[in-house]
Design a protein around this ligand. Structure first.
Ligand SMILES: Nc1nc2c(ncn2[C@@H]2O[C@H](COP(=O)(O)OP(=O)(O)OP(=O)(O)O)[C@@H](O)[C@H]2O)c(=O)[nH]1
Ligand SMILES: [Mg+2]
Length: 253
């Protein structure tokens, strides 16, 4: 079963995108299952088919081990890795044609510790994709944009899976701002120009050298604009995802 992992910095819109895109796929008669991998989620905008909160209880970990919230989340991530066989069986039993996985709020918990890549590898041996969200409001500033490029390059370096990049929450920006950010992602010269225009001194130097380093690595971050409020951009995104996961076919015939 093909699996897409939705990743992004805290609050970048992972859960709402998972909710909206899974609903959209269902409307197109696609057999989709949704997995919540965030042990710290209090409420979710969708009903998960498989939920790691049934395996670990972050509040209990805090109480029983005297941990703070982040220590408990780290412990939870390791416990989830221990339960991966059961979680995988639960996911497989759903026999869905495409699985969307909503990942933990704090991206570093999933991406930068051993358990995340382990979970990604164990959950399916079939095709998978990482979907990395750039928050549109945060990305308006070239400094933030470059920081996010750096983070998504770091995520790629952890998973080495096909990675798609979304500009999330596009409904919150005027169209010309969205177009500008999309242009930065397609055209390094446009980004360099914005860095020269908007940033000064060390921030300019750092941002320029960071973006050049990433560009020289051959990493491409063509952003696709989406909104989980209006479903804008879902058709384009889905075509790209279908190409990666099922060779351009539909998930469900
Ligand atoms: N306008 C608008 N708001 C959005 C969109 N996507 C998410 N939001 C809002 O952004 C906030 C964070 O969204 P979430 O989906 O919880 O983001 P998340 O990445 O799952 O957050 P954590 O798991 O807590 O890191 C919520 O208030 C959402 O309603 C969008 O496409 N448009
Ligand atoms: Mg979330």
């Amino acid at each position: 079963m093909p699996v897409a992992f939705i990743i992004g910095t805290a609050g970048s819109g992972k859960s709402l995108f998972t909710a909206a895109f899974s609903d959209w796929l269902k409307m197109s008669k696609q057999d989709v299952a949704v997995v919540n991998l965030d042990p710290g989620a209090l409420t979710l905008p969708y009903s998960p088919d498989v939920d790691v909160r049934n395996y670990v209880d972050v509040v209990a970990l805090m109480e029983n081990y005297g941990l703070g919230p982040n220590g408990a989340l780290i412990m939870a991530a390791d416990l989830i890795a221990d339960e991966i066989e059961n979680i995988t069986r639960e996911v497989e039993d759903l026999k869905a044609d495409i699985v969307l996985v909503d990942t933990p709020g704090q991206m570093e918990l999933f991406a930068f510790r051993a358990s995340g890549p382990y979970i990604v590898n164990e959950l399916t041996k079939e095709s998978k994709a990482i979907v990395y969200l750039f928050d549109a409001v945060f990305s308006v500033n070239p400094l933030n944009y470059v920081s996010n490029m750096f983070l998504s390059a770091a995520v790629y370096n952890r998973f080495f899976q096909p990675q798609l990049h979304l500009l999330s929450k596009c409904d919150l920006l005027p169209k010309n701002e969205v177009d500008k950010i999309i242009d930065w992602s397609a055209n390094p010269k446009a980004l360099e120009y914005a860095i020269e225009q908007k940033l000064e001194d060390m921030k300019r130097l750092f941002s320029r050298n960071m973006m050049r380093a990433i560009t020289q690595l051959g990493l491409k971050f063509m952003l696709m604009p989406v909104s989980a409020k209006t479903n804008d951009g879902f058709i384009n995104f889905n075509m790209a995802l279908e190409r990666i996961l099922v060779g351009g076919d539909k998930y469900t015939y």
